[in-house]
Design a protein around this ligand. Structure first.
Ligand code: NDP
Length: 419
């Protein structure tokens, strides 16, 4: 039985931890460690008596290498699950290397301070070299590959839904459905309604940075970047209906372009309602999405962090969100010499998630794959030294666990394609 240290106790971590505690045969002991200890204690109090997993709590500032090392050395976990924020990825990876522990996360690294001159230098060079300008990219974490290999440790990057399950779907399509994949369209539809004029379904700062950035896609060996929200399509999603969706830059495109051999085009679309987009544009226009500190009455305030404090906590959306999500991948290519198309997707119901783990479907669809990724690592089903994304492992045990632990998927042939 494994001993796991979870860092972070927000919306996604809450689901992942509750799901781990439903599999006490694998997750024998679990420490919930976060910045705000009271949140860890509240979750532990809910779990006590309902699980055989031995749950403990700790306070940690995951921006501090020393604090992380002290906690890891004291708890001696088999795996550290980083479900805090992407800002902490590198510090937690450093601590895992120093202490000889496996690592996983749900989102790739991005800096909290995008004005940091040292980071800017590397970022500007990457923008020129690669041709996309998102603040997040894999290069920072791929740089740890050799160190993890030498240490005989595994780092699994991005084990949420997208990234995460979407890459497992791609690996499954490559293994079972296609000889050659030409195109991949990742479609992320949230048909949920929380009743607020404006709220984000996961951490507002990370979410708003992502969707207000220029879009981009991979085509014929290079990135094509477009102004934010400038490519719009309509799609009819099973379980949801017709929705407008917009092309975004998304991190898994970067790794899939390397790992799905011969792929010619990869795009990512996410659905947004008009009200969300109008609010976001207005907030952007007045400077509320800025990460650059401003002086206000003698205080330094980061506008997007102030906005986060005003918006509903994503963890509080659970009871009031109704409707479904539908997330998956559409493939075109060839099998046995014949042209072929296929769509692999999961439909998830916000209220069913709430009944099971007191959370809406966005945290659920991220937290369940985080638990499954952890299970793959601690049971040795996914085991090789180095730094990897999900499509680099055998998809079959992960796909089986998706069916068994709340995110059943289906494969449909000849789907409607996105123009
Ligand atoms: P939340 O903001 O709800 O939770 C973040 C948690 O991390 C909080 O408990 C917070 O503590 C803690 N934290 C933040 N900074 C530190 C720190 N320095 N030290 C210790 N703990 C810290 O975020 P979500 O749960 O919505 O998202 C978690 C992660 O999941 C993010 O990285 C997000 O990008 C990713 N994600 C991935 C998706 C996917 O499909 N792959 C989809 C959705 C999200 P405190 O309570 O004190 O603020």
């Amino acid at each position: 039985m494994a001993r796991v240290l979870v860092i972070g106790c927000g919306g996604v971590a809450n689901v992942a931890i509750r799901k781990c505690c439903m599999r006490s045969d694998i997750f024998g002991e679990l420490c919930i460690a976060s910045r705000t200890l009271s949140k860890c204690e509240a979750l532990k109090a809910e779990l006590d008596g309902k699980t055989k997993t031995v749950v403990t709590v700790a306070k940690v500032d995951a921006d501090s290498f020393d604090e992380l090392c002290a906690l890891i050395r004291a708890y001696k976990p088999d795996l550290v699950m980083n479900i805090a924020l992407p800002y902490q990825d590198r510090t937690i990876m450093d601590a895992c290397l120093a202490c000889g522990v496996n690592y996983m996360d749900t989102a790739n690294y991005e800096p909290e301070d995008t004005d940091d001159p040292e980071w800017r230098k590397v970022y500007d060079a990457r923008c020129k070299r690669e041709g996309f300008s998102a603040y997040f990219d894999y290069s920072w974490q791929w740089a740890y590959k050799e160190k993890f290999e030498k240490a005989g440790l595994t780092a699994l990057l991005g084990s949420g839904f997208d990234p995460g399950v979407t890459q497992v779907f791609c690996a499954y399509a490559q293994k079972h459905l296609f000889d050659e994949i030409d195109t991949i369209d990742i479609l992320d539809c949230n048909g949920g309604d929380h009743g607020y004029p404006f709220a984000t379904n996961f951490n507002p700062e990370i979410n708003l940075r992502e969707v207000s950035a220029p879009g981009s896609y991979w085509e014929n060996g290079k990135w094509v970047e477009i102004p934010a929200m400038s490519i719009k399509r309509e799609y009819n999603f099973e379980g949801v209906g017709d929705k407008d969706m917009y092309l975004l830059h998304h991190e898994e495109i970067e790794s899939l372009a390397k790992n799905i051999k011969g792929v010619k085009r990869i795009r990512f679309f996410m659905t947004f309602g008009q009200s969300y987009l109008t609010h976001m544009k207005c907030l952007e226009n007045v400077g509320m999405l800025s990460t650059v500190p401003v002086d206000f009455d003698g205080h330094k305030i980061v506008p997007i962090q102030f906005l986060k404090a005003l918006l509903p906590d994503p963890a509080s959306l659970g009871p009031r969100t109704v409707g479904k999500t539908n997330i998956g991948c559409i493939f075109t290519g060839r099998k046995d010499g014949k042209e072929k198309t296929a769509y692999i997707y999961n439909i998830c119901d916000h209220q069913e998630c709430y009944r099971e783990v007191k959370s809406q479907a966005i945290s659920y669809t991220t937290g369940v794959p985080a638990m499954i990724g952890a299970a793959m690592l601690v049971t040795g089903k996914w085991s090789k030294a180095g730094v990897y994304t999900a499509e680099q492992f055998d998809p079959d045990p992960f796909m089986a666990d998706l069916n068994a632990y709340g995110l059943p998927w289906k494969v449909v042939d000849d789907p409607v394609l996105v123009k």
